[in-house]
Design a protein around this ligand. Structure first.
Ligand code: PHE
Length: 461
C-alpha cells in the first residue's frame, strides 16, 4: 500500500469530498449540455438511454477511477505508472491530461457566457414579456461579439487559475460546501414554477416519452458521451480527486451519491427548460444556446424574476467554476507531481495556453463565419461544437474504454475491490461481483460495439 502523502493535500471529510466530486460532476454538463443534447436527439429515447448508461457504465467507471486514484495517490499518468510499471498504460493517463485540457478550452467559453448572463441579469436586461425570439437575439448578440466572447472566457480562466493555484482542500472544498446545496434548492424552486406553466405537459412528454423509433446510433453515442461528460469520467479527473481522498472514506457510497445528485440535477434542468420552451413555442432542437434562450422566459414568468435570474446565473457560474477547477487540476497535478514544477506557475502557464486555444471556440459562434460551421464554413459544425463532440463524447468514451480495460483486465478487479473495501466497512457485498462484471464485460463491450456501429454507419454525430 502506498502511504498517504500529506504534501499533496487531502479532502477534509466525507461530506467535503462528496461535495467536491459532485462539484466537478455538476456543472454546464447538466444545465447546458444535457438539455440541448436531449433536445437535439428527440428527448425521451435519449434520456432513457442516458439513464441506463449512468448506471451500467458511469457508476462502474467512476468507482474504477476513484480506486485507481486512491490506491496510487497520483495524478493520472503517475497512477498508471505506479499500478502498472514498465507498461504503456501511463499513456492512458496522458491521453486524459490532453483531453482535459481540450475540454477546458471550449468549456471555459460557455462558462464565460454564464458570466455575461449574470451581468445581464443584474442590469435587468430581460424585459417583461420577453419572447423566445427576443431572447435568442440577445443571446446571439452576446456570443457573436468577438471582443466580449474572448473577454468573458478570459475572466473565467482567471477565476479558475486563481482557485487552483492554492490547491485542493482549501480552494475546492470551501467553494462546494455551501454553494452546491444552494444551487439545488434554487433548481427545485424553478422546477416548481416550470411545472405550472401551460406548456408543462408537452415539455414533460417530450423529455420522458420513450419512442423506440428514435433510437439511432448518434442518439446512443450522444447519450453515452453525455453520461461520461456529466460525471467527469474518462480523462482521469476522478483519478486525481480519488488521489486526494483519505483511506477512511467509503468510495462506493461516494460514487453512488455523486451519480445520484448529478443525474437528479440534469433531470431538474430538463424539467425547468422543456416546459418553458413548449410554453414559448420554441424549438427543443435549438442547439447549444437552448438554456440561455429558454431561461429568461422562465424568469419573466416569476414574481421577483430578476432576483431569481441573478441567483441562477451566479450559482450556474459557480457550478461551472467547480468543474473548470477539476479540469485544470488534472493538468496541473500532472506537472506538479511528475515534473516537480511549482504549482502557481504551472496553473497560470497552463491557464494561459488553454485560453489561447479557447479563442477559436469563442469566435466560432457567429463572429468568424469560417469557424462557425455549416454553409460558408470550413467545418461541418462550429469549432466549439466540434471540440465538444470530439473530446467531450469521443475522447471521454475512448478514455473510459481504456480505464475499464485496465481495471478489468490489467490491474484487476480484485485489487480495485481491495481498495474499495478500505473505508467501506464490509468485506463481502452483493455488488462486488456485479461491479466486476460491469467493468470487465459490459463497459468495454458496449463501448466497442458503439464504435463499430459508428464506423459501419458513418454517422459520427
Ligand atoms: N462534469 C462536468 C460538467 O458536467 C464537466 C467535466 C467533464 C468536468 C470532464 C471534468 C471532467 O459540467
Amino acid at each position: 500500500m502506498i502511504p498517504e502523502n500529506q504534501q499533496r493535500g487531502n479532502f477534509g471529510g466525507k461530506v467535503g469530498f462528496i461535495l467536491a466530486a459532485a462539484g466537478s460532476a455538476i456543472g454546464l454538463g447538466n444545465i447546458w449540455r444535457f438539455p440541448y443534447t436531449a433536445g437535439e436527439h428527440g428527448g425521451g429515447a435519449f434520456v432513457l438511454v442516458y439513464l441506463a448508461f449512468v448506471v451500467l457504465v458511469g457508476i462502474p467507471v467512476l468507482l474504477a477511477e476513484l480506486s485507481i486514484g486512491r490506491a496510487s495517490q497520483r495524478n493520472p499518468v503517475g497512477a498508471f505508472r505506479v499500478l502498472a510499471p514498465r507498461t504503456w498504460w501511463p499513456a492512458v493517463g496522458a491521453l486524459g491530461v490532453v483531453t482535459g485540457f481540450a475540454i477546458l478550452a471550449f468549456y471555459s467559453v460557455v462558462a464565460g457566457w454564464t458570466v455575461g448572463y449574470l451581468v445581464k441579469a443584474m442590469r435587468g436586461d430581460f424585459a417583461a414579456g420577453i419572447t423566445a425570439s427576443e431572447s435568442a437575439a440577445q443571446f446571439q448578440a452576446l456570443i457573436g461579439n468577438p471582443g466580449l466572447a474572448i473577454a468573458l472566457t478570459a475572466v473565467f480562466m482567471v477565476l479558475t487559475v486563481g482557485v487552483i493555484q492554492f490547491g485542493v482542500g482549501e480552494g475546492i472544498e470551501r467553494f462546494s460546501k455551501v454553494l452546491m446545496p444552494a444551487f439545488f434548492v434554487l433548481l427545485l424552486l424553478l422546477a416548481g414554477r416550470s411545472l405550472t406553466l401551460p406548456g408543462a405537459g408537452a415539455g414533460l412528454r417530450f423529455l420522458f416519452h420513450f419512442d423506440p423509433s428514435q433510437l439511432t446510433i448518434p442518439v446512443i453515442m450522444g447519450a453515452l458521451g453525455q453520461a461520461l461528460f456529466s460525471l467527469s469520467l474518462g480523462m482521469g479527473c476522478m483519478i486525481t480527486y480519488g488521489s486526494y481522498l483519505p483511506r477512511r472514506e467509503n468510495l462506493p457510497f461516494a460514487a453512488v451519491s455523486v451519480a445520484f445528485f448529478d443525474t437528479l440535477i440534469a433531470l431538474l434542468a430538463g424539467i425547468i427548460i422543456f416546459p418553458a420552451l413548449f410554453t414559448a413555442g420554441a424549438d427543443p432542437a435549438g442547439g447549444a444556446g437552448l438554456v440561455f434562450i429558454a431561461m429568461p422566459t422562465v424568469f419573466d414568468s416569476l414574481p421577483a424574476g430578476q432576483l431569481f435570474a441573478v441567483a441562477f446565473y451566479a450559482l450556474l457560474a459557480i457550478a461551472a467554476l467547480t468543474s473548470t477547477i477539476s479540469l485544470l487540476e488534472v493538468v496541473v497535478a500532472y506537472f506538479v507531481d511528475e515534473k516537480g514544477w511549482p504549482r502557481a506557475a504551472v496553473a497560470w502557464g497552463i491557464g494561459f495556453l488553454c485560453f489561447l486555444l479557447a479563442i477559436p471556440s469563442a469566435l466560432s459562434q457567429g463572429a468568424v463565419p469560417a469557424l462557425s460551421g455549416g454553409e460558408g464554413s470550413l467545418l461541418p459544425l462550429s469549432f466549439l461544437d466540434l471540440n465538444n463532440i470530439l473530446f467531450g463524447n469521443y475522447g471521454l468514451t475512448f478514455g473510459s474504454l481504456l480505464i475499464s480495460l485496465f481495471v478489468g483486465w490489467k490491474w484487476g478487479t480484485r485489487a480495485a475491490l481491495e481498495e474499495m473495501k478500505r473505508g467501506a466497512g464490509t468485506d463481502r457485498a452483493w455488488w462486488h461481483a456485479a461491479w466486476a462484471f460491469l467493468v470487465r464485460f459490459v463497459c468495454p463491450v458496449a463501448i466497442v460495439l458503439i464504435f463499430v456501429f459508428i464506423l459501419w454507419t458513418g454517422e459520427y454525430f
